[in-house]
Design a binder for this molecule. Structure first.
Ligand code: G6P
Length: 369
């Protein structure tokens, strides 16, 4: 088993460190930065349909559902198609409104999740076209879908999803650009620069991993906490949700992800000197707003751990700890900001003596309802 872990203490850590490569594998043969083109062989037959659809519904569970929320942000931003993101388990029991004009995107690492499969069957009965985004080739979901795109992240052994999540986000980014290209909602020159930057993301992910030693210090300070709040805005919100899920799954610390502005409608009541608040505070369109959210936390003596853009000075003045990530277009923020949160959860869980690869009560794939 040590051999399979490639010298790492746990599969989860190995899989976190594989991400520069898994994201690269996921993009291989699919992006042509110089020409400003995205090619997705798995859904190319639906290029015409994509021009005329009125909406997309994304169904998924767990971490895959968080990837769906990032997808919503990207598809709406670039392809200008309204997107709804649904928990598969809720969607399937709700008599949802679906027609032949709809595309349902089902996201699943394993391709075997029972609720996601049932949601697909229901959508199919009502005439929708199904795109699958799966990691395991030949699994059930790709077989019952009309079309799809594999994530190619390689086998994921750790129960808590890491590299499969970033690969799902990568595929959704490619899909958003592909749809934008088909629908003419993006200029070729804009696509050239976005794809050029996307092509460099694996190197930037590698840079994010370099913060590991600094993250170990922060983990040491946080390891005995009993609660933790994660805040983000825009595409930083699903990153916050995923950060909180990772921490609770493997360290058993109660954690919640919240849209930063919603903090004042509830979670702010919990903030005191014992409460760590992890904030996605990179320099993007919501930067100033996030800064005022940080001030609200500090005014109540909360412990602020901020994920910031390299070279940031303003947040550093207020936060107790900062973790820098490279500067990048807002579209790629989720791919970068997720990395330090995975490492933070991992180290906290190890320090608490938890079984990070096989957390209690959780399964890698939930094939029963
Ligand atoms: C389980 C796993 C999670 C995963 C979820 C959905 O809860 O522990 O890591 O996100 O199922 O699984 P799927 O294979 O459909 O992505």
């Amino acid at each position: 088993e040590m051999l399979e872990k490639g010298g790492y203490d746990h599969f989860m850590l190995k899989e976190i460190y594989e991400q520069p490569r898994s994201i690269r594998d996921c993009m291989r043969g699919r992006i042509y930065p110089n020409e400003g083109k995205v090619q997705l062989g798995g859904i190319k037959d639906y290029a015409d349909k994509l021009k005329n659809i009125d909406r997309i519904i994304i169904v998924a569970c767990g971490t895959s559902w968080h990837a769906g929320l990032v997808g919503e942000y990207l598809i709406e931003e670039y392809a200008r198609i309204p997107v709804e993101v649904e928990y598969a388990s809720e969607f399937r029991y709700r008599n949802p409104i679906i027609s032949e004009k709809d595309i349902v995107i089902a996201i699943s690492q394993s391709g075997e999740t029972a609720d996601t499969m049932a949601a697909i069957e229901l959508a199919k009965e009502r005439g929708a076209t199904i795109f699958g985004i799966c990691n395991v080739a030949g699994s059930s979901i790709p077989r019952i879908s009309d079309a799809g795109v594999y994530t190619h992240a390689g086998p994921e052994i750790g129960v808590a999803s890491t590299k499969a999540f970033t690969a799902q986000v990568t595929v959704l980014t490619l899909m958003a650009f592909f749809m934008a290209q088909q629908r003419g909602t993006i200029k070729e020159s804009a696509l050239v620069s976005l794809l050029t930057e996307l092509d460099s993301i694996p190197d930037l992910v590698d840079k994010c991993l370099k913060a590991d030693n600094h993250i170990i210090e922060i983990a040491t300070a946080l390891k005995d906490s009993s609660n933790c709040l994660f805040l983000g805005r825009g595409s930083g919100f699903p990153v916050a949700l995923e950060g909180a899920l990772k921490l609770k799954e493997i360290s058993y610390i109660h954690a919640e992800g919240y849209p930063a502005a919603e903090m004042k409608h509830g979670p702010i009541a919990l903030i005191d000197a014992e409460m760590p608040v992890i904030v996605i505070a990179t320099r993007n369109s919501s930067y100033e707003k996030v800064i005022s959210n940080i001030q609200e936390v500090k005014a109540r003596k909360g412990i602020v751990i901020a994920i910031v853009t390299e070279g940031d000075k303003e947040v550093r003045k207020m936060a107790d700890y900062v973790i820098e990530i490279p500067d990048a277009n807002e579209a790629f923020l989720p791919l970068l900001a997720t990395i330090p949160l995975q490492l933070l959860s991992y180290h906290i869980a190890v320090m608490r003596g938890c079984n990070v690869d096989q957390p209690r009560n959780l399964a890698k794939s939930v094939t029963v309802e």
